[in-house]
Write a protein that binds this ligand. Sequence first.
Ligand SMILES: O=C(O)CCC(=O)C(=O)O
Ligand SMILES: [Fe+2]
Length: 295
Amino acid sequence: MTQITEDCPGVRRLGPTFGGELSGVRLSADTLAEHADAIHRAFLDNKVLVLRDQQITPALFSAFGVVFGEPDPHHVIAMRHPEQPNLTVLSNQDEPGRKPQAKYFGAGWHSDYSYKAVPAAATMLLATEVPDEGGDTLFADMEAAFAALPEGRKAELRRLRVRHQYRWSPDRADPWARWTFLSESEQAATPEVVHPLVRRHPETSRESLMIAPRVIGSVIGIEGMESTASDALIDDLMRHAVSERFVYRHRYRPWDIVVWDNRCTLHCATTDTLAADKVRRMLRITIRGLPPIPA
Ligand SMILES: O=C(O)CCC(=O)C(=O)O
Ligand SMILES: [Fe+2]
């Protein structure tokens, strides 16, 4: 059934509580400015916004990113696009100069740059090479997940803060394996930071859970809480947040643009289970946010 979201004409709902496909937009250098407001509004309303069939150049994709704010390229320098410094190139293939782990970038639930003092606002991918199957991205609606909790629980959670540090690693059993993936200066650029567990969105004012799995989501634990209790709380919140009723699975078509709001969603790449002969390449832009606002 095609459902049009009430507040945003031209948008078809994709996921259970969020996710929208915006139609009627063909991006070009001439039309970008004219569409910018509608795109930005649809992004805020839908949290994950999809535009189909946008066969555009890296330069135009880079210009598209600026609609959402100031680009903030990934700290792993080897992943950057050679000509467009704001773009990262994601690939599940062995690419020159890259560590093999880079093929599984983002496999595991997380919110981009949650391990930084200033996390990402939006991230967007342009799907330049898409396998015939697999390589989907999963998204979870962290506003809906928070809203579904009992009031007493919400009040308790609003008082907590979470310790984050960049720990992404394909080795689930060894969170500190990140040190083999990052250079010394990249390590120095990612010290521990503390963020509220419940954050308020700076543009929509809605509350959402800011949590991710402990090892792969760059979360160390709840501030001031003994580790067994902290681990149990985080695992429990994660089970809740990524249950089917809050999750949208995006299956890519070539030249999809997918833009997500890291301030109210989590996402998870599935490239770790994609067969090596299924080629998947994406251009990626991440937009700088603000320090998270406690709810
Ligand atoms: O490749 C994907 O599906 C998502 C990768 C990711 O986590 C990101 O680009 O932030
Ligand atoms: Fe990510």
